[in-house]
Design a protein around this ligand. Sequence first.
Ligand code: CP
Ligand code: NVA
Length: 318
Amino acid sequence: MTKGKQSTSAVSLRGRDFLSVDDLTKLEINSLLDLAEEIKLHPKKFSAALKGKILALIFEKPSLRTRTSFTVAIDQLGGNCVDFPPGDLGFGRHESLYDVAKNLERMVDAVMIRTFAQETVVSFANFASIPVINGLTDHEHPCQAIADFLTIREHNKNFKQLKLTYVGDGNNVSHSLMLMAGKLGATLHVATPEHYEPNSDVVTRARALAEESGGSIVITHDPAEAARDAYVIYTDTWTSMGQEGEAQSRHEAFKGFQVNRELLSKARPDAMFMHCLPAHRGEEVTNDVIDSPQSVVFEEAENRVHVQKAILYALLKS
Ligand code: CP
Ligand code: NVA
């Protein structure tokens, strides 16, 4: 959160931005999770909470869940949205980022952006006087991580005592999960092939947070060891949006990192399989895992709606 005043109420993030998990304190994250749970339980109580508020959705990459969950969330809170699909705005090509920000701040109440560089959302937020939400960059996917920890918490309130494991690419999703684990005091093992580790600054930051919170962040190249006795096995695509040209070499590099029955069998018998989706079935995960009773991938997707509502409410509610 980079704008506005820190509220005395833990859940009010009024006027601030949400560009990184690291913009929130542990207390604010827990308050958002509590609010998302309350909204999920009592949606009608919040049906006019953001009446008259308008959210702009800017996508420079494709989206199913983020687009739908934000659209549904603002609608179910009594507001409306305007959606700019990839190619419509052309930041810096059709119109400067600054001009887009200065126009939109006069017409809408908040902007969600999905783009490539984290610097783009940071610059936009600096230019605009209204809250800006990161709907995924190459560096982070903070809204996803909040929804994922809501899902984990719903299944087991004692998740801080359990081993959580991420297997695959050290990408945007892994970064936000590491920062969440660091903030909340969870133990997260991240297993990647060599050369596909998470960003070293994020690792350092997540470890510093974990030191304060009592959690730990373990980076390894051994998926079997990471999966051993884990309560969560999380994976994501090997080829993120924008990396399509590397698909072939990534396919080779990630061969031993598929989440299949054999890898899942190393985890606890009650382990959950998680994935932010979209999944590339047969690549990072097999059908018998993603379609198994241990898979909670569609719960994660649904929780995007409840979490989006909590975020919008916290940023925009007067
Ligand atoms: N998980 C997620 O952000 O999905 P979309 O890319 O479909 O928005
Ligand atoms: N790492 C993936 C996440 C998609 C929600 C990507 O950036 O494409």
